[in-house]
Design a protein around this ligand. Structure first.
Ligand code: HEC
Ligand code: HEC
Length: 420
């Protein structure tokens, strides 16, 4: 993740430089306004190609950010968002780039519509780590692999005093997807799900401690994602990273990562479904805790469709992987493809769409998607062999990012306003 941040900082620098240093951009405002379609088509193509490259390879992120910055720059410079005709004709593009470019602003690292400072101030009470998880002895025990058993026995003691509906669900595991923000190499986790009470406005909190492998350097990160059910059947989701500070006297203090000056990440970009289910490295969960993994994933599946409150309107990012129509799919992959085994398996958007688990749309994380498809978890309940999974994955990505005019993919079709 730190790599992504570096790439982003670099692209902001280069992007800003190029924009101001090249007065000879091929499209002047006058030309954009007189030939909007030509400008839009050329920029959408560039954006989709760059997004695809960035999906495949982190190193292509700066180039993508430049294209994105170029488009938002022209929209601003030429005041296109005040041009009613333009906005109504190219609404999807205007709204998409606005949403996708939020995290390019230095005070919007979370990618939300309000500055990070405001987000954390307003959501403070929703993402605080409960006091019983910040006691001196628990923090110490939870911060080392060698002492995790002690941390867990404390949690079990707590459970003895808690009502059945308030039981903490916890286990340790190895992530197959990523290290922690402060330590790329640390895949160990201790996850504690603290039940909430929507009626009383108390969110359910998933509190996750990064835990170093035995004899490895300390890990600072502790993350929280909280979720609260809304009357309309959706769930509002909130995020916060904390950092532990290890003091000489052995005590450990804990404070917001952003507040400590260590920046932040665009959580929603990976957390499309709000909370993410846990799909640990095989064998990394002890047999007596496998039940707890199943239980937290069961809880996840009961949550309403993810929403990011007033902080992000994810509909602006458009439909996601696997959302193409049957006609489109047959046109791209061949007559009657939709009735083949693979064709049927491509229906991700039956569940991964806004009113269910949330759409898997760009910007999104390739690691999570490929791991779920190739690792055999997705599509839910489908029996496919490895080579079919490889092909399924390739086809999903192709169908989403295709930039050719004959068969524009999902992203391009959306940005050109062809999915209305
Ligand atoms: C690069 C992708 C990525 C980003 C960015 C990201 N996460 Fe996650 N996060 C994951 C994945 C994947 C999981 C599921 C566990 C696993 O496989 O490691 C996860 C799990 C979690 C969990 C455990 C609960 C759950 O949802 O499973 C918390 C808490 C969490 N993340 C918090 C955050 C916060 C807060 C941010 C932003 C500051 C953030 N994450 C940004 C990928 C990401
Ligand atoms: C029938 C509904 C259904 C279909 C179809 C489906 N999924 Fe899922 N998906 C789920 C559920 C349920 C989970 C949570 C899994 C768990 O509890 O461990 C999930 C989890 C995921 C996740 C991790 C969570 C997230 O939002 O990042 C990814 C990635 C994913 N699915 C991708 C896909 C892809 C790609 C396809 C199509 C090839 C697909 N799914 C098809 C139901 C579905």
């Amino acid at each position: 993740m730190s790599l992504r941040l570096c790439a982003l900082a670099l692209s902001l620098f280069i992007g800003g430089y190029v924009a101001s240093a090249s007065p000879s951009t091929p499209f002047t405002c006058a030309r954009v306004k007189s030939q909007p379609q030509a400008w839009v088509v050329s920029r959408v193509d560039a954006l989709v190609v760059a997004a695809h490259a960035a999906y495949e390879d982190d190193e292509a992120l700066p180039a993508y950010e430049r294209v994105l910055g170029g488009i938002t720059g022209t929209i601003r410079r030429c005041e296109l968002s005040r041009d009613e005709g333009f906005v109504s004709r190219y609404r999807e593009l205007v709204e998409y780039v606005e949403a996708a470019a939020l995290d390019q602003r230095p005070d919007h690292e979370l990618g939300f519509v309000v500055p990070d400072r405001q987000y954390f101030a307003e959501t403070r009470g929703l993402v605080q780590i409960p006091d019983f998880l910040t006691t001196r002895s628990f923090l110490r025990a939870a911060s080392r692999d060698e002492t995790l058993a002690r941390a867990k026995s404390y949690l079990r003691q707590l459970n003895k005093q808690r009502e059945p509906s308030e039981q903490l669900v916890f286990f340790s595991y190895k992530s197959r997807h990523l290290g922690t923000p402060d330590s790329d190499e640390s895949y160990g986790r201790l996850l504690i799900v603290v039940p909430g009470n929507a009626g009383q406005g108390v969110p359910e909190k998933w509190v996750q401690f990064g835990v170093p492998d035995a004899r490895r350097p300390r890990v600072r990160n502790v993350s929280v994602v909280s979720t609260i059910a809304r009357p309309d059947g959706t769930s509002s989701v909130y995020f916060k990273d904390f950092y532990r500070t290890y003091r000489r006297d052995g005590s450990i203090s804990i404070k917001g990562r952003w507040e400590l000056g260590f920046g932040d990440d665009n959580c929603a970009q990976c957390h499309k479904s709000g909370i993410l289910p846990i799909f640990p490295v095989a064998g990394s969960v002890s047999p007596d805790e496998r039940q707890a993994v199943a239980e937290v994933n069961r809880r996840f599946r009961r949550y309403g469709s993810p929403r990011f409150d007033k902080y992000l309107d994810e509909t602006k990012l458009g439909p996601g992987l696997g959302s193409a129509t049957s006609a489109d799919r047959n046109g791209r992959f061949g007559e009657d493809f939709v009735n083949s085994t693979l064709g049927r398996a491509m229906a991700c958007a039956a569940c991964h769409e806004r009113d269910d688990l949330g759409a898997l749309n760009w910007p999104m994380d390739p690691i999570v998607i490929s791991s779920y498809v190739k690792g055999g978890m997705m599509p839910f309940g489908a029996a496919l062999d490895d080579s079919q999974r490889g092909e399924l994955y390739e086809k999903l990505i192709q169908e989403y990012f295709a930039a050719d005019n004959a068969h524009p993919g999902i992203l391009k079709s959306w940005l050109l306003g062809r999915l209305r």
